[in-house]
Write a protein that binds this ligand. Structure first.
Ligand SMILES: [Fe+2]
Ligand SMILES: [Fe+2]
Length: 233
C-alpha cells in the first residue's frame, strides 16, 4: 500500500475546457491519467493537490469526480486549487460526495488526514499571482491560519504537507508558509499549479529541513508521484 500525490488534473469531462488544445504534455491527458493510475489498488491513497476540475459547481464537476473516483478504488484526498470554482463549504461538499456515492473522497481543509501514522496536512497556499490585484492580507492570513490549524491537528506525528501553490519558486518565497513548514518539522511538501514553461523555475529537493516536490499533472506526465509506502502495521 502506498501514498501518491498529483495536482492539476484540470478535467472538463462535463464541459468544454479540455486541456488537449494546449498540446504538448496535455495531449491525451485523460488517457494518460487512466494509464498512470492503472497500477493503483484499493490499498493505495492519492492526494489531489488542487485544480481538479473546471466545473463551476459541484454538479458540473460531477463527471470529473466520477472519473477520478473510477481511476482506482482507494482513498482520495482533495485540496483546493485556484481554479476549483466548484469548491464550497466542507459540509456541502461532503454531503454531495456522500449523496453521489463518492465515499472514497475526503477533504484536506482546516484538518489533517492520517495515512498510517503519518499526518497529511495542507491547504491551497499563497503565490505571487495572488498579489496581482493587490495584496489581500485577509485572504493571506486565512491561508496561514488554515495551514497552521492543519499542522496543529497532526500533533507529534510525522507530517507531510500538500499545497496547491508553490511556497518556493525561482525568485519567490512565501516566507510565512516556509516558516510554518520548518517550525512544525514537516518532512516534505508537495505542490502543483506550475505548468509548461514555469516548470523550469520550480524548486525541487531539500531546502532547509523540508523536501519540496512539484506534482502538477503535466510535470509528472499524469502519473501520480509516489510519496511513501506503508506495510499496513
Ligand atoms: Fe493548474
Ligand atoms: Fe493553479
Amino acid at each position: 500500500m502506498a501514498l501518491y500525490a498529483i495536482g492539476d488534473t484540470h478535467l472538463s469531462l462535463g464541459g468544454n475546457k479540455a486541456m488537449d488544445t494546449f498540446g504538448g504534455a496535455w495531449e491525451g491527458y485523460v488517457d494518460k491519467l487512466r494509464a498512470g493510475f492503472a497500477p493503483l489498488t484499493a490499498e493505495d491513497a492519492v492526494v489531489f493537490c488542487g485544480d481538479l476540475s473546471w466545473g463551476m459547481s459541484l454538479e458540473e464537476a460531477l463527471p470529473d469526480f466520477r472519473f477520478l473516483d473510477g481511476l482506482f478504488p482507494g482513498k482520495k484526498y482533495l485540496l483546493k486549487g485556484n481554479h476549483d470554482y466548484w469548491w464550497t463549504t466542507v459540509s456541502k461538499m461532503m454531503n454531495f460526495f456522500t449523496g453521489e456515492g463518492l465515499t472514497n473522497f475526503s477533504l484536506l481543509h482546516n484538518n489533517c488526514q492520517l495515512y498510517g501514522e503519518t499526518a497529511l496536512c495542507g491547504t491551497r497556499g499563497w503565490f505571487f499571482e495572488e498579489e496581482a490585484d493587490g495584496h489581500n492580507e485577509k485572504v493571506f492570513r486565512r491561508e496561514l491560519l488554515r495551514l497552521e490549524t492543519s499542522l496543529k491537528a497532526a500533533g507529534e506525528r510525522e507530517k507531510l504537507c500538500f499545497l496547491h501553490y508553490p511556497p518556493r519558486y525561482q525568485g519567490y518565497i512565501c516566507q510565512e508558509i516556509v516558516d510554518l513548514l520548518e517550525r512544525y518539522r514537516v518532512a516534505a511538501c508537495y505542490y502543483g499549479h506550475l505548468h509548461g514553461g514555469s516548470h523550469r523555475l520550480a524548486q525541487e529537493g531539500r531546502r532547509g529541513s523540508v523536501e519540496y516536490h512539484l506534482v502538477a499533472g503535466d510535470y509528472v506526465g499524469f502519473v501520480p508521484r509516489l510519496v511513501s509506502e506503508w506495510d499496513g502495521n
